[in-house]
Design a protein around this ligand. Structure first.
Ligand SMILES: *[C@@H]1O[C@H](CO)[C@@H](O)[C@H](O)[C@H]1NC(C)=O
Ligand SMILES: *[C@@H]1O[C@H](CO)[C@@H](O)[C@H](O)[C@H]1NC(C)=O
Ligand SMILES: *[C@@H]1O[C@H](CO)[C@@H](O)[C@H](O)[C@H]1NC(C)=O
Ligand SMILES: *[C@@H]1O[C@H](CO)[C@@H](O)[C@H](O)[C@H]1NC(C)=O
Ligand SMILES: *[C@@H]1O[C@H](CO)[C@@H](O)[C@H](O)[C@H]1NC(C)=O
Length: 380
């Protein structure tokens, strides 16, 4: 029956096409991160260096990369092509000008200012004119090597006993549902920077309240890092600095002081530059999800904080970030029962996992990894 054969032929064709597409997509991701055979592979960080710290040791003594990580990047041709330390990390007053306004019309947030009202961007940026808005510190740093820990919320930290090691860093970045109460031994308490989008911050307060995330961290001297993912972030930041209720939009009448404390000053806030997000996406996290979810896709909050640290600190250790064996751990360290990590179309966690592993093997950063906890055998 020729008709039937014809159908079978079509089906086979469709199958082969799908297979090719899948293989191509797979190859594309691998190619992006691993297709540099001339790179000399260095071993991953020695895991035993991450073991519990001596009580008396204040500073972490992990087998750290050289200080600074910029030297590591400079010494390696491929890394040098990826990293660009002159891309502005933070957005502040000087970045508002007619030419910048025009140039950033190319993309919607988080990669540009398309669709945003000019007055909102202008007035928000005008409020960011302190030295602390432009870089990590007001008056520079007197140490010779700034060592930073970036703490993701991954289940790998449950039972990790990394609290002291984390707090031993000069600066600690945390993000979204950063519960510390009850998990001090595993994740520490120190917090220098808290990173979020208005949306992820408010969602975390709702979703993780039952796990102890009752309010946004408000320690003395803490600095907030806004990710400019939406007009909501510009408007919330503007209202927070001015100490007024949010005048318009999705968060209208929201009181910023309930998140950032009663008297925050402009010095307590930073906002990432849309160019920085664009650069991270293009150079490091050009996900194949972009082909289908262009308008949705962005790197995770954790990825953006990790890259912020990589572009501002001298040495960076990533804790609670996704690793190869993520299936062995719960989604978050504060989950009471194990919950699998779920992948959504707006982020590419698999690509991020490969990237952290790659950057760790090249000693640009240190990545906290560990074996799955051994299940306690049941006794009957
Ligand atoms: C890892 O570090 C420990 C202690 O610092 C050392 O005894 C061990 O030999 C190291 N292992 C490797 C593979 O380097
Ligand atoms: C690095 O970034 C700066 C600022 O965006 C840009 O002017 C420069 O061309 C970039 N350099 C490279 C090598 O990409
Ligand atoms: C920022 O502050 C400097 C110094 O105080 C001032 O000269 C400049 O005009 C300010 N820029 C904006 C955009 O407000
Ligand atoms: C931006 O805001 C400042 C201060 O609020 C104002 O003086 C200036 O005219 C505004 N510029 C534009 C182009 O709207
Ligand atoms: C995480 O740790 C707590 C106590 O530290 C424990 O009760 C809880 O079951 C752990 N969660 C998972 C998913 O292992």
């Amino acid at each position: 029956m020729p008709n039937c054969r014809w159908k079978a032929f079509l089906l086979l064709g469709a199958f082969l096409f799908t297979l090719t597409t899948l293989l191509y997509a797979h190859y594309y991701v691998l190619d992006f991160l691993f297709h540099d055979g001339d790179l000399q592979q260095r071993p991953l960080v020695n895991r035993s260096a991450f073991q519990e710290q001596d009580e008396t040791v204040k500073k972490v003594e992990i087998e750290a990369g050289p200080c600074t990580l910029r030297q590591t990047v400079e010494a390696d041709g491929k890394l040098r092509q990826r990293f660009n330390f002159t891309v502005p990390v933070f957005l502040w007053a000087e970045h508002f000008s007619p030419t910048e306004w025009q140039r950033l019309q190319r993309d919607f947030p988080p990669y540009g200012w398309k669709g945003l009202p000019k007055e909102v961007v202008n007035s928000t940026l005008h409020l960011l004119n302190e030295t602390t808005n432009k870089g990590l510190f007001a008056d520079g740093w007197d140490g010779d090597c700034i060592r930073c820990a970036v703490v993701g919320n991954g289940g790998i930290l449950n039972g990790s006993k990394q609290g002291k090691a984390i707090d031993g860093h000069d600066l600690v970045f945390r993000l979204n549902g950063a519960v510390t109460k009850g998990f001090e031994e595993d994740v520490g308490t120190k917090i220098s920077f808290y990173g979020f989008t208005t949306n992820t911050m408010k969602n975390s307060l709702i979703a993780y309240r039952k796990f102890g995330f009752e309010r946004v961290p408000q320690q003395q001297g803490l600095q907030y890092i806004f990710i400019p993912s939406d007009i909501r972030d510009y408007v919330m930041l503007n209202s927070a600095i001015q100490g007024v209720p949010v005048p318009l939009g999705h968060d209208q009448w929201d009181i910023p002081s309930k998140y950032f404390g009663p008297n925050p000053s402009s010095k307590n806030f930073k906002m990432l530059h849309p160019d920085f997000l664009q650069y991270i996406k293009d150079r490091f996290l050009r996900s194949r999800l972009l082909q289908m979810y262009d308008h949705l896709y962005m790197p995770t909050t954790g990825a953006l904080m990790l890259f912020t640290a990589l572009h501002t600190c001298d040495q960076v250790t990533a804790y609670g970030f996704i690793t190869d064996n993520y299936r062995d751990f719960s989604d978050h360290y504060y989950d009471v029962v194990k919950k699998p990590l779920i992948f959504y179309a707006n982020h590419d966690m698999q690509l991020e996992a490969q990237l952290w592993k790659r950057l760790a093997s090249l000693r640009v950063l240190q990545l906290y990894t560990r074996e799955a906890p051994v299940p306690v055998p049941r006794t009957y």
